[in-house]
Design a protein around this ligand. Structure first.
Ligand code: NDP
Length: 515
């Protein structure tokens, strides 16, 4: 059997590849023209050799002093060392956050908290180039995404929640909203700065103080944010950031003086956290995995749908909890849609994330790359047909070709499990009822997409889909005003909008005593 290299991993079947259409006027495979490299400058960025834990507005070494390395996944080069927190450090952070909550932050009028949040948002905008470059160097995502999506949306979250800080009574009429206290927040590596903003902005607006634990592979924009916290003159202890392995996250969640737990990450860890806080009074929100269905009906505008499918699964290398990783195509348009999709896939530019032309950057870690390769191999072994464009991958770094599978059945692992990589499984359906049944046949329920010209069909599908977010004739659109969260194994609670604010407030009549 022929062997092929898939994202540096040898698999036992050669993928089908596609030459560029003749209408493009060249005979090359894949992209028929060369783009001159357009790398974003890194001159304005100063990554420090070492970062301590950010507690009480100071960077402090861990106790005992210990560090771990952070690398650039696109080059495998060392970027910095960061402190590895101990259990004692977790306690120090909680003590700092508690003191700041009880003596300063929760006592400030909402209008004063709002001023700090506006200040943070404005500084993030002023330093947006710095944030975008550091985010891309540390996570592997294309600079055009960190520059145009992650950083502006992160700033927008602070602007949005700043607006609510002095209007909590209006947000929840008839209630007396009170802060919960100290929030433990654990975030993943796929949107490090954006997830920070989703967590910290509503928490501070509601009068809580926070301890954030970023993912171990992507702590650098969080530590850059710590600089912003100081620049904005936030009272010490309101925002604390600690780094360390998953067990440190668990210590934080278990700490008896923590009142709120917010987690984004894998379903497996989310379940462990839910068990750890069961029986306590901690308020919890879990935003976990997904396996979204993107459903295209035969009356959909095809070219628009192709862009939505591409954006749905290849945005951020597919490392997106709400990625449209299962494509359901109505049988009558299967062939024309697939031809267009394969041609479009072949135009995606994979490579240096700092290059402004790049569409698909580096996978975040060697471990994640291995997971993607293993699941792709399972797709081949289970009999699905693989297609990959014939693009050249960089020699170093963790890269994976954009991939699509046809001939996928509902029982295949690639149709069931979250791959968290640039891999699309294509399935078909005949009737809306069949599409609904197949789309909902998953343990997850985070997001979905529907492509059709009929408004009535959109309403029917949206009502029937067991997913927290359903996009119609678009995909992967985010806005701070809009709540986001899941059903079933995708978690519970909402982030964003007024719902995201409520998740950080005690809205009970008796101050939580009767909860
Ligand atoms: P994890 O869920 O392990 O990591 C997410 C965050 O949780 C990180 O900060 C991590 O810290 C922390 N963490 C890990 N273990 C624990 C623990 N026992 N207690 C408390 N916190 C913990 O995701 P992975 O990075 O391992 O990715 C595995 C898979 O999860 C991916 O392939 C993907 O399918 C899914 N995933 C989903 C995400 C989503 O947005 N829904 C985001 C990330 C992953 P540390 O980095 O130090 O381990």
């Amino acid at each position: 059997m022929p062997r092929a290299i898939i994202g540096r991993v040898t698999v036992t079947k050669k993928p089908e590849t596609l030459p560029a259409p003749a209408s493009w006027g060249m005979t090359a495979r894949g992209i028929p023209w060369e783009y001159a490299a357009a790398p974003e400058s890194t001159d304005h960025v100063a990554i420090r050799p070492e970062y301590g834990l950010f507690i009480g507005n100071e960077f402090r070494p861990s106790r005992p002093r210990d560090t771990f390395d952070v690398i650039n996944p696109a080059t495998e080069e060392h970027l910095a060392r960061v402190a590895r927190a101990s259990k004692a450090d977790v306690n120090r952070a909680v003590v700092a956050a508690r003191a700041a909550h009880d003596t300063v932050w929760s006592r400030l009028p909402g209008s004063e908290r709002a001023k700090y949040l506006y200040r943070i948002a404005r500084i993030m905008q002023e330093r947006s180039r710095e944030f975008a470059v550091v985010e891309t160097m540390n996570s592997g995502k294309p600079i055009k995404e960190s520059r145009d999506v992650d950083v502006p949306l992160a700033a927008a979250h602070f602007f949005y929640y700043a607006g609510w800080a002095d209007k909590l009574e209006y947000a929840f009429p008839g209630r007396t909203p009170r802060s919960l206290g100290v929030a433990a927040q654990i975030i993943p590596w796929n949107f490090p700065l954006l997830m920070l903003a989703w967590k910290i902005a509503p928490a501070l607006a509601a009068g809580n103080t926070v301890i954030l634990k970023p993912a171990s592979t992507t702590p650098l924009t969080a530590y850059l944010f710590a600089d912003v916290v100081r620049q904005a003159d936030l009272p010490p202890g309101v925002v604390n950031i600690i780094t360390g392995p998953g067990e440190i996250g668990m210590e934080l969640v278990r700490h008896p003086d923590v009142n709120k737990v917010a987690f984004t990450g894998s379903t497996a860890v989310g379940k462990m956290l839910a068990r750890a806080v069961a029986g306590s009074r901690k308020k919890v929100t879990l935003e976990l995995g997904g396996k979204a269905a993107n459903i295209v009906f035969d009356d959909a505008p095809l070219d628009q749908a192709i862009e939505g499918i591409i954006n749905g699964i290849y945005f951020n290398q597919g490392e997106v909890c709400c990625a449209g990783s299962r494509l359901f195509v109505q049988e009558s348009i299967y062939e024309p849609l697939l031809d267009k999709l394969k041609a479009r896939l072949s135009t995606l530019r994979v490579g240096d994330p700092l290059d402004k032309n790049t569409d698909v950057g580096a996978i975040n870690s060697a471990g994640q790359l291995a997971k993607i390769a293993e699941l792709v191999q399972s797709g081949i072994d289970e009999g699905a047909e693989i297609f990959q464009p014939d693009c050249v991958l960089p020699d170093r770094g963790f890269f994976f070709r954009p991939t699509l599978f046809t001939g996928v059945s509902q029982s295949h692992r690639i149709a069931q499990e979250e791959i968290f990589g640039p891999v699309l499984s294509v399935l078909t359906f005949r009737t809306p009822e069949e599409a609904i049944e197949k789309a909902n046949n998953t343990p997850y329920g985070l997001s979905a997409g529907v492509w059709t010209e009929k408004g009535s069909r959109i309403f029917k599908m949206v009502a029937a889909m067991k997913a927290g977010v359903v996009w119609a004739n678009t995909f992967n659109r985010f806005d701070p005003t809009s709540p986001f969260g899941g059903y079933k194994e995708s978690g519970y609670g909402r982030e964003g909008g007024i719902h995201g604010l409520g998740a950080y407030l005690d809205l009970s009549a008796d101050g939580g005593n009767g909860r």
